[in-house]
Design a protein. Sequence first.
Length: 411
Amino acid sequence: MTNTTVEPDEATRLRNDVVEQLLADGTIFSAEIEVVMRKVPRHEFTPDTPLEKAYDPYAAVITKTDEHGVQLSSVSAPQIQAMMLEQAKVRPGMRVLEIGSGGLNAAYLAELVGEDGEVVTVDIDPAVTDRASRLLVEHGYDKVRVVTADAAEPIPGLGEVDVVMVTVGAWDIAPAWTSQLKPHGRLVVPLRMRGLTRSIALTQISGEHGTYLESDSALICGFVPMQGSTAHREELLLPNGTPEIGLRFDDGLPADPHRLDNAVTTPRHEMWTGVTIGLQELLDTLQMTMAIALPGFCIMAVDEDLDTGVVAPSNKRFALAAVEDDSFAYLVTRRTEDNKHVEYGVHALGPNAQHLANKVTDVLRDWKANHRGRPSPIIRVYPASTPDDQITADRVIDKVHSRIALSWPPA
C-alpha cells in the first residue's frame, strides 16, 4: 500500500534492525507482524525526528506536549506497537477501530486487514487527526477513515467491528467500545489498574448473566493518558504535609487520609524479607500480587528537590507502597553479595509500622511461593451494574463504567 518510492538506505537498515531485535526478544512472533513492520516506513510518520530516534526499538517519539511539558500525543515505541499488534490478532478482511490516532499504527493495521478490510482511526484532538490524515494519504493509506471525536461515545456510521485497539492509556472501559464489538470480538487496551498499566487483550464472552470480557494476555506497558470524558486523574496523599512525599491512589484515597498526618514523626521501621530476584527478572506478577492483596496499595514518589531523607526508596519516582490506617510502607532493594540479584526490603512509618511491614513481607513471600514465574492474573471486565454475587475474583476494582475482576489462575 505504501507509495514511498525513495527511501534512505539507512532507514531501511535501521527498520530491519528493529525487527530483528524484536524477533530476538520475542515481541514479534508472527510472520504477518514481521512483514508489516519491515514494510511500513516508520520514519515517514515521525517527521523532523532523527532516524536513530525514530527507530529506537524501545522508545516512543513524543509529538505533542502541553504548556507544562506533559505529554499529550506520541508515536509508540516499535516494541509496544508490535506487542499490541500481536495481541490484536488482526486478519485480512477484518474491520478494526483504532482509538488514539497518529497514522503509523493505522498504516500497520491497514496492511494487516488488506484490500477487503477496513480501518477507522479516531482521536479527540483535531491537530492529531489532521496530521494522521495527511501522513496516511501521503503514503498510500487513503482508505483509512480518520475521525475526530471523543471515542468514549459510539462512532457514527461505524457499525460492528472485529477488533477495537486502544492506543492511549485508559483508566476505564467505555461501554461504546464493547457495544461496537462483534460477538467474540477482541479489545486490546492499555488499562490502568491501581496505578499499574497493562496492555490487555480481551475477548467478548457471553455468560450465564450476560456479556463480559476476559483476558488472554496482559503485558506491562506505559502510555500517554486518555483525554476527554473518560480521562481520570490519580489522587495524591501527602503524609508529610508537603509535596516531598506523594502517595498516588488510582481508585480513591483511604477513607480517612488524615490518619497519616503524624506518620513521618515516628521512627522508620526497616526489615529485609529474604526474597531475592534476578536483575533482569520481570516484576509483573510481583506488582500484581501487591495490588491484589493489599487494600491500601498505592505508588510512592519523592520530590528530589524537597527530599529530606524521611523516606529512602530505591526508585524515588516509582515505589510500590501501601497504606493501612495510620501507617504506610514501601519497598526497597539492595544488591546481594553475588551482585547478580537484589533483595527486597520493607520500610514503614507510623504508629503501626512494624505490623504493616510484617504484612507487606508476608505478601512478598506469598508471591515467591505461589505466583513467581507463573501466569499473570486473569482479568475480566463486567458492566458497572454487575452485582457482587455474579463476580468471583481475588480483587474487584470499581470504575465508573465497569468492574475489573482480577483472579489468579488455578495452580
